[in-house]
Design a binder for this molecule. Sequence first.
Ligand SMILES: [Zn+2]
Length: 321
Amino acid sequence: MVAVPVTPRLYRHPHGISAVDAEYLYPGHAAAHIIEDGGRAAFVDVGTNFSVPYLLAALAELGIAPEAVDYVLLTHVHLDHAGGAGALLESLPNARALVHPRGAPHMIDPQKLIAGSKVVYGAERFARLYGELVPIPAERVAVVADGERVKLGARTLELLHTPGHALHHYVVVDAAHSSIFAGDTFGISYRALDTARGAFIFPTTPPTQFDPAQLIASIDRMLSFRPESIYLMHFSRVTGVPQLGESLKARVRELAAIAGAHREDADPALGIRADLQRAWLAAAHEHGCRQSAAELARFLAGDLDLNTQGLMVWLQREKRA
Ligand SMILES: [Zn+2]
């Protein structure tokens, strides 16, 4: 691969933590994180194949040699988080990918993942968003148990299985620095929607494993650590965690209620999306977001679509149960 020089959008946070924009969809949408301790480093989530040059440029800007990266922690195997892992590992000679037991087979042989994602995105959009997935050699994948601890330099990271967004999800707890890397389990909070009241947060419920009860339990499990900061893939650091946690759980319940209300509709997706958009726009307005209703509807359209699709799958699963 010929390296094209790129300029990473790098955000430096406390405690040796940095975020680099994965340049997925648009700037400010997805952040990969780099943790550095005692000359060793780890990535938490990586974005797609197209993110890899930005991640390597970020390492260079931070003065971290590729050889110093011990881990690529993949919170889950959704492709905006893990799609670039195989390609990235080719440039990190000492790193292993740490993956949930349910996700690991799909990183080694991504065929099912590709097929599943094509159902959600369509073949053409899939190619544009994710390119050709590079399988990770099995010997470079380590499966993580719930509660497993890994050492990075002098710090200990604890990995917790957190179903709800996906069954193959774990989060990374850095208790000594009162930080948790949440992947998608603690929802989405775009910095563009920050106001004087703080961050605006909402759950992400794409197909196919959203489960409201599991998600609320996983959020509570994270809150029990009383973290000062939570690092989200979409988009990076949030503080004021107790309040955000309550708001997020309320929105999970709201999503489930909206889906339930349209269960018997001829076309539930239509009603779900409309109600969801109405609820989010009202909440964003109340939060003091400066964007107009039309701007917000456009800005949130992708998340509204994905959440609606995931709620539809959840309703169908509930029906079968
Ligand atoms: Zn996800």
